[in-house]
Design a protein around this ligand. Sequence first.
Ligand code: BES
Ligand code: ZN
Length: 632
Amino acid sequence: MLKPLKLLVFLPLTVLISCGSPTADSDEQTVDSTQTTSLVVDDVHSYSNVNEVNSTHLHLNLSVDFEQRILNGSVVHSINNTAGTNKMIFDIRDVEISKVTLDDGTETTFEIGEADDLLGAALTVDISPETKEVEIFFATTPESEALQWLNPQQTAGKKHPYLFTQGQAVLTRTWIPCQDTPGNRITYSADIQVPTDLLAVMSADNPTEKNEEGKYHFEMENPIPCYLIALAVGDLEFASLGERTGVYSEPSEIEKCKNEFTDVEAMVEAAEGLYGDYKWGRYDIIVLPPSFPFGGMENPKLTFATPTILAGDKSLVSLIAHELAHSWSGNLVTNATWDDFWLNEGFTVYFENRIMEEIYGKERADMLLSIEYQELEHENEDILNGEFPEDTHLKLDLENRNPDDGMTAIAYVKGAMFLKTLEATVGREKFDDFLNQYFGDHEFQTLTTEVFIAYLDENLLEPEGVDFNVDEWIYGEGIPDNCVKVESDRFLKVEEKSIKVPIVENAAELGINKDEWTTQEWMHFIRHIPAEVGADKLEMLDKEFGFSDCGNSEIMAEWYVLSIERGYDKINPHMEDFLVNVGRRKFLEPIYTELAKSEEGLALGREIYAKARPNYHAISFNTIDEILGWDS
Ligand code: BES
Ligand code: ZN
């Protein structure tokens, strides 16, 4: 057992809650890293006063209105008023509040502060020190960015509308008035009314079949940060994958999903073998329509996933390993603020790779990490040469910025490489013991980088007598020199093929065994095609390997970027098809960025975008608007 770790946390952890909403500042605070929720850290991305009064449970009562595209109803917060204050502050953005009541239903007064584009506004509710419950009656608006409403045409079945939510990082407040900080954990329950031909599912215990009333009840009994509250409503079917795993999708996609995810149950077992019991009961996946802006989102009990991982050959399932890994790193042990995001993602990329190694072997795991490492090298350079070189620190400072700015390869891959380098230093066995203990000691808690560093010192570095450049990794720029190398023999062989492209007349001469290469090898091959290779040779490759419409989203996205750069325009119809149908920002961003580099490309990009934009989630179109200078 960990000794209660008492440490004094000075500024910047005790900085004021953001945006001109001054709150009482305390000079120093005590962090007990064994407490079940750490409420001591102020979060610059939330107005809430969780250190005085915090929500412990919320109950949602909502009806889903597809005609008006709004959610309508109320949220009841059970509260814990540690400071005995008369004001409770919630975060809201683009929601309309009609009234607020306390306990037995008496109406109370409230005030809405000035709204900020990103953070929304503070909703300050008058309570008394004895108040136990606050019920907020509200409706969402068309601007509520957490919600994406799809018309039937934008779904696979083309017959029914669809709705899904995306809370991380600061969007939950656009569909639920709440204390929207990862530093506070809550349990939740919900009663959701939907049209009777649709099924509703949440990050909670889920139904597997529709019922006649279209009314669904949900419970999440583990305390979670509220960015993990999630809802999807559509014409959904469920298929079992294993004893505690399953998948939801539209009926026409369900067979494909079942075939792609046959290894998911084994992944859960592998993950448990590495870092301890899975604490969430079931692990299900919902495969959303292609406009989902991310690859995956680790909503507890129910990972939300893009259909672009359905390659037909299980080659992109590392994304599931990633979201599953978040059931420990992120959902069990959570970053206290978005400046500590690497604690979520760095651990998860490391853990994802270990799961992949368990199931598919070291060779494949090394290739995956090598691909990710290449992305880190590029992005690290870009960031160092850009406006915010300090974004290459693991510990970020995102005050007055969008927390999504922290979603870079630094948090993900530099974070994972930090852990890999620690592993190499102390040995895998010791490191695994440490991680096991780390997850066990901090389960259902939130953690700052500083508390993690103290824990690492006390439980690994000091006992092992290891001197490690932790500060350089966490507070320093770029990638430290002692970063372990990621090597893959198979990639070396791929590079031999890539460099031959300029000298062969016919792609068959490259001697590539098409059936044996993995997705990662194809990606590596495309990335290493020499700079002098122009459109004619790309056409030669395309004829032989059919990259342009191969159906593997990772390969297609990589290929389109290279083709634009080399002026190979036979991809255009396929690329257009891809851009109009897929809303995953990770693919869209590099393609539109490459297009925007030339006048002609920009014109084409804008022409396609005019058709594609209505299919994109706000998270994606906000990014692409900027790239194309789109005035919406
Ligand atoms: N939690 C993230 C997605 C996220 C991060 C959403 C920050 C909003 C703000 C999720 O676990 C993730 O990392 N998804 C990746 C896939 C992964 C395999 C790297 C993605 O969507 O690309
Ligand atoms: Zn992640």
